[in-house]
Design a protein around this ligand. Structure first.
Ligand SMILES: CC(C)(COP(=O)(O)OP(=O)(O)OC[C@H]1O[C@@H](n2cnc3c(N)ncnc32)[C@H](O)[C@@H]1OP(=O)(O)O)[C@@H](O)C(=O)NCCC(=O)NCCS
Length: 185
């Protein structure tokens, strides 16, 4: 079970208390824009629909190939973000990371995502004993590109015209960080 305390944050499993936060993020068009392949929603997602997603998250077996976590402020316990260690392949020792700080822009530009990522990367290489961590980032997601490059991620390649946004096809970058690169930092 992932439970990490950093200087300003606690990263921990979701509980039923995550429902409203997750419902709001699911209905944030910005989140879809930067983080989603699906077409824009025709109507807001209901609490019941988000509840089904949360139910699946809460009932995942401990050896599932995805670990979801909530990002909370250490001092107030307020939930301010979410993340996941996805596509975990224990045989190939790799995974793919996702992260989002939500709609409250006061939480952006504070180093919160960097602090989270640093801790999660360490967890992946030490606790999960993985060898390669991947991230897939749309070409226009400058904040995310900066975030992962600052942590030492290498741009492996480009999925050309991979997603359809704003009426045109856009590229997606594949980034990775290897255990040996992380160990040298
Ligand atoms: C991607 C995302 C998580 C990045 O958040 P962020 O706040 O930009 O990232 P960081 O936590 O690394 O913050 C970096 C900024 O904090 C500043 N900062 C302030 N205090 C800091 C500290 N103590 N430590 C590090 N940076 C700090 C940095 O200078 C940097 O400023 P800049 O934005 O002017 O360059 C956020 O934009 C987001 O939620 N986006 C929507 C979802 C999304 O795109 N997810 C990724 C999909 S691949």
């Amino acid at each position: 079970m992932l439970h990490i305390t950093t200087q300003r944050l606690v990263l921990k499993p979701h509980t039923s208390n995550s429902l409203n936060w997750l419902n709001t993020i699911c209905n944030d068009p910005n989140e879809d824009y930067y983080n989603g392949d699906d077409p824009p929603k025709e109507r807001p997602e209901t609490l019941e629909e988000t509840g089904k997603l949360l139910e699946r998250i809460l009932n995942r077996p401990s050896d599932a190939d995805i670990i979801d976590y909530a990002i909370h402020k250490k001092d107030t316990d307020e939930m301010i973000g979410y993340g996941m260690i996805a596509l975990i392949s224990r045989y190939n020792k790799r995974c793919s990371l996702g992260i989002g700080l939500g709609w409250n822009r006061e939480n952006w530009g504070q180093g919160i995502a960097s602090e989270t990522l640093q801790a999660v990367i360490s967890y992946c290489f030490t606790e999960l004993d993985l060898n390669r961590i991947e991230a897939e980032i749309y070409e226009f997601n400058e904040r995310s590109i900066r975030l992962f490059e600052k942590q030492g991620f290498h741009r492996d390649g480009v999925r050309r015209q991979y997603i359809f946004k704003d009426g045109v096809f856009k590229d997606e970058y594949i980034y990775s960080l290897l255990r040996e690169e992380w160990a040298k930092r």
